[in-house]
Design a protein. Structure first.
Length: 157
């Protein structure tokens, strides 16, 4: 009985570590590609305070959040919140989504989200003006909530 208990505890620990915890990212080491095929460091793309949003087109919660961003992005941008969307989807899928979104919303492709230890999406990382990650969030962000937006403005500026 005890070996089964130990195995169960290890499995729960592994599940939590991999899927319920936002990973530690080294922004400088992550390379992304823009729509023209040019490669950039994620640091270069997020020069100022910004939000890096990892998503996939097959992810229901990700697409729900994209619909919220579609409605709220002009308001967020006017408050200084710049969002960079990163996915490992094909450019065909990225362009399909991009055509439905505000033109200021930036999209980049990465080889694999798993290669940078992003196993749970949507995953959002908030970068301050010094280029440091100041907040991480798994699951959908509350972009429609003015209090949430004000908190994001405070921590990223």
């Amino acid at each position: 009985m005890i070996p089964y208990l130990i195995i169960a505890i290890l499995l729960v620990g592994f599940y939590y570590y991999r899927y319920k915890r936002a990973p530690d990212l080294t922004i400088e080491a992550i390379s992304v590609v823009d729509s023209s095929g040019a490669s950039h460091s994620l640091t270069d793309v997020s020069k100022s305070a910004s939000v890096i949003h990892f998503y996939a087109s097959w992810c229901g919660p990700c697409m729900r959040e994209m619909r919220i961003l579609e409605k709220e992005y002009s308001n967020l941008l006017s408050k200084g919140i710049r969002i960079i969307c990163v996915t490992d989807d094909s450019w065909e899928k990225i362009e399909t989504l991009r055509s439905q979104m505000p033109t200021e919303l930036e999209f980049y492709q990465i080889t694999s989200l798993k290669d940078i230890n992003v196993y749970t999406i949507p995953a959002t990382f908030f970068i301050n003006s010094n280029g440091q990650i100041v907040k991480k969030q798994l699951d959908v962000c509350a972009w429609e909530d003015p209090i949430y937006v004000e908190e994001i403005i405070k921590i990223t500026q």
